[in-house]
Design a protein around this ligand. Sequence first.
Ligand code: MEV
Length: 322
Amino acid sequence: MQGPSGTEGRGQGFRKAILVNEHYVVHGVPAIAVPVFFPVEVRVMVGRGAGLGVSVRTATGEDARDAEDADRVEAVRRIMKAIGLSETEKNVRIQCSEDLSGWGGLGSSAGFCVALARALCRALDHPCTDEEINRVAYEGEKVFAANPSGIDNTVATYGRPLWFVRGGTPPWEWIRIDPSPLWLVIGNSGMPSRTRVEVERVARFSEARPGLFAELVRDATRLGQDARLALEGGDGKGLGALMNQGHSMLQRVGVSNERLDEMVAFCRQQGALGAKLTGGGGGGCMLALVDDGSSGEAMVSGLEQLGYRAICVPLADKGDQP
Ligand code: MEV
């Protein structure tokens, strides 16, 4: 849209929850992710002149303050470069709907990269396929995740449940989740999840203990395959047990912490089918699988009483099927 100060574009990117095998997916193990339907939103204005400004809209939406995180600004630069847009030739103002740290572990950074790529393409009237958006967003994700597998930007782009194998041909397949009676409780540790730091931690673990890591990779591969069968077969109990096992395997490589473990233990005591950290860990969020919405809501209240923010969302396939 052409306005007095330039051409405007808006975009959205989905958040996600990884059901099994975050981190292991970086090392070629299959992982499963589902979209979480509260997207990240970005608005851009491309005008005459040179310069780049990145800001975050306040909760009231009245004022915007400068985005302070250097990572986000660097991701913006890489995404602009991948799209072929130069900040020395165009004046680009970028406004995000929020801080990215609020719900760490749910793919906010990938959601941001996708939202930005879409907004820029719209502002430039540059037709872009989802495939291109995904490719461009991956360039931005490299800033946040060091060595990203590509799972986060793929879910953020397509908004569908998927089975993802890094290096696979193709790297992902859609997973069909028939109308599911399952729900996810997402508990927020209140601590940031720095994916890059945690991915590097796991890389150091794999170098320090190659034998053990190879065993964990083998177990995680089997776990991913079993989890897919359980999910597609509507076996919530089986999937929950595999999520519990997945959490132990993430603890082994050092990416959980006391707050995540406390929420996981609480949800299991309250009858969750399974519970685990989700995403990069080290902070961020935890995921519990429940088989009805009302017990999910009760779990949310319990987590809030312990001092955590929490939400309950359906594990539903809302995206179009190919
Ligand atoms: C982060 O959401 C998921 C990780 O496996 C990193 C990646 O796959 O790029 C930790």
